[in-house]
Write a protein that binds this ligand. Structure first.
Ligand code: ADP
Ligand code: MG
Length: 464
C-alpha cells in the first residue's frame, strides 16, 4: 500500500477509535484495540480487530457490538460486521488519563479494571470457563479430572496431561481449570503460557546473560515468573519435543513446582507416546500424573457447542442451522465456531435471517455438491424408501414411491440446483407439477417434525 493510503487508513482508524470512545460508558477498553485486517483490504465484509485484552474483547463483543459497528460505519463509510480476535502480541498501550468525569463514572469501572488486570496477569481468556464448556462423551474423563483439580489443585492428578488433536477444546479446558481456581482460591497465583512463548522467553533471557555462570536479572525474572506460582498451565507442550534447552528448563521448573506441591497442567496436540525426542527423565515426569485424551465430539455435542457459542456471541441461531453447521464441520470445533462467526457476521450485515440456505451461500458450501450426482440422489432415495429407482422415475402411485419421488425432486433442486424444466424432463412431469411438489415439500419440512427428520437423514446420507 502506498503512503497516502496508509495515512488515510490511520485517520480512519483514529476516527473510529474517537467515535467509539464517545459511544461507550467505559472508553478505556478501546485502548487495547488494533486493526487485525486493513480497512481498505477487507473484502469479506467482516472487519477484524485484535486485542491482547480478553476482558475488553468480551466486553465489546457481547455488550457493545452495535456501538462498535456503528462507529466503524461512521468513521469509514463502510458497513461492516466487526469481530474481535484475541492476540497476545498486541503491544500494550499506555493507559490514557481519565477525565474527572470518567473517573467519577463509577466504582464498578474500577472494579472491572482490577479484574481485568488480574486476568491479564494469568493470561486467561474469559470465554474459556467450565460454564462455557459443553461436556460430551469425547471429553468426559478430561472434564471430570479438570474439575477435581480445580477443587483441590496440587493434590491429586499432578501433572495433568491433556492430549487431543487441534481445535477440540484442550486450551479451553485447561484455562477453565485456571478460572475455577481463581474463583475458589483467589489468593493462588496462576500462570498460563504456551510452550513456544516459554521457550522464546527463555532463549531471550539466556542471550542476555554474559557467560554461563552469570544468571542475570532477566533470567531470574523469567524463573520467578514460572516458579513463583501455585498453578502453571503450559499449552501446546508438543512444541518442546527435541528442543534441548527448553526441555531442560521445563524439567527444572517442573521439579521446583512439583516438590512444592504446586499444580501443573500440560496440553498437547499429540499424545505423550508420540513425543519422539523428549528425554526419558522428562517423559517420566509427564507420566507421574494422568494423561487424558479429548476426541472429536459427536453430532449432538457439536450442535450444543455451536448453539451455546451463538448465544454467547449474541446472535442465536435456529436448531436447523445449528444442526447443519455441526454436520458440515465435524472434525474441529474451532472451524465449526469459525464457520458460525462468518455466517452470522454476514447475515447481520445483510440484515437477513440466517437460514441453512444462507449459511451455504455465505460459506460457499454449494461448491461441495460437485461430487453429488442426480444418480446419487435417486439411489439414496430408493434405498431409504426401499423402492425401485425406475419406479421413482415412472408415474407409479404407490405411497412409498410417491414419497421417494418427492424427496428426490426436492434434493435434486436443493443440492444440484437443477432447473424445474430439467427436473420435469427427468421425472417425466410438467414444469408446474415439479415446482408445486418442490415448494410443498419445502414448506412441510419446515413445519413437520417427522418430515424434517427424514430430510435431514437423507441429506446426511447423500453427502456422505
Ligand atoms: P485446542 O486447544 O484443542 O486446539 P481450543 O480449546 O482452542 O482447542 O478450542 C477451539 C475452540 O472451540 C474454542 O473457541 C473453544 O471454546 C471451542 N470448544 C472446543 N470444545 C468445546 C466444548 N466442548 N465446549 C465449548 N466450546 C468448545
Ligand atoms: Mg490449544
Amino acid at each position: 500500500m502506498n503512503g497516502l493510503d496508509e495515512k488515510k487508513e490511520q485517520n480512519a482508524w483514529d476516527n473510529f477509535i474517537a467515535i467509539l470512545k464517545n459511544k461507550l460508558p467505559m472508553p478505556i477498553w478501546v485502548e487495547s484495540l488494533e486493526p487485525a485486517i486493513s480497512i481498505y483490504e477487507n473484502k469479506e465484509d467482516i472487519f477484524l480487530i485484535k486485542s491482547n485484552q480478553s476482558f475488553a474483547i468480551n466486553f465489546l463483543q457481547q455488550k457493545h457490538l452495535k456501538e462498535v459497528e456503528e462507529a466503524f460505519e461512521e468513521a469509514t463509510g463502510f458497513k461492516r460486521a466487526v469481530r474481535f480476535v484475541f492476540d497476545e502480541n498486541v503491544k500494550p498501550k499506555k493507559k490514557p488519563k481519565l477525565t474527572p468525569e470518567q473517573k467519577e463514572h463509577s466504582k464498578t469501572a474500577q472494579k472491572m479494571e482490577n479484574l481485568a488486570q488480574m486476568y491479564s496477569f494469568c493470561a486467561l481468556n474469559l470465554k474459556y470457563t467450565f460454564e462455557n464448556f459443553v461436556e460430551g462423551e469425547n471429553s468426559r474423563l478430561a472434564y471430570k479430572i479438570a474439575q477435581i483439580i480445580a477443587q483441590a489443585p496440587g493434590q491429586k492428578y499432578n501433572p495433568l496431561f491433556i492430549s487431543g488433536s487441534v481445535g477440540l477444546g484442550k486450551t479451553h479446558l485447561m484455562q477453565a481449570i485456571g478460572h475455577k481456581i481463581l474463583k475458589n482460591f483467589p489468593n493462588l497465583k496462576i500462570r498460563y503460557t504456551k510452550a513456544e512463548e516459554f521457550g522464546n522467553k527463555l532463549i531471550e533471557s539466556l542471550n542476555s546473560c554474559k557467560n554461563a555462570s552469570d544468571i542475570n536479572e532477566k533470567m531470574k525474572k523469567f524463573r520467578d515468573m514460572h516458579r513463583n506460582v501455585d498453578v502453571l498451565l503450559i499449552d501446546d507442550i508438543q512444541w518442546i519435543d527435541g528442543k534441548k534447552r527448553t526441555e531442560e528448563e521445563i524439567f527444572n521448573t517442573f521439579d521446583a513446582l512439583y516438590h512444592a506441591g504446586k499444580q501443573i497442567v500440560f496440553a498437547s496436540d499429540r499424545p505423550l507416546s508420540a513425543f519422539e525426542l523428549i528425554p526419558d527423565r522428562l517423559r517420566s515426569r509427564f507420566e507421574w500424573g494422568i494423561e487424558v485424551n479429548i476426541t472429536v465430539p459427536d453430532l449432538n455435542t457439536r450442535i450444543e457447542i455451536v448453539k451455546r457459542h451463538a448465544i454467547a456471541s449474541n446472535y442465536p441461531i435456529t436448531d436447523e442451522v445449528a444442526k447443519f453447521l455441526a454436520q458440515e464441520f465435524s472434525s474441529n470445533v474451532r472451524e465449526l465456531e469459525g464457520a458460525y462467526n462468518k455466517a452470522s457476521a454476514l447475515a447481520s450485515i445483510e440484515g437477513v435471517e440466517l437460514t441453512v440456505e444462507k449459511v451455504k451461500e455465505f460459506l460457499d458450501l454449494n461448491s461441495r455438491k460437485k461430487n453429488i450426482s442426480f444418480n446419487n440422489i435417486l439411489e439414496i432415495c430408493s434405498k431409504y424408501f426401499t423402492v425401485d429407482k425406475k419406479d421413482i422415475l415412472s408415474s407409479a402411485r404407490a405411497k412409498e414411491v410417491v414419497n421417494a419421488r418427492k424427496y428426490a425432486i426436492y434434493f435434486s433442486r436443493e443440492l444440484l440446483e437443477l432447473s424445474y424444466s430439467a427436473l420435469a424432463k427427468e421425472f417425466k412431469k410438467n414444469h408446474t407439477t415439479i415446482m408445486y411438489q418442490y415448494d410443498k415439500l419445502k414448506d412441510e419440512i419446515k413445519t413437520n417434525k417427522a418430515m424434517s427428520m427424514i430430510a435431514s437423514e437423507l441429506n446426511e446420507l447423500i453427502k456422505k
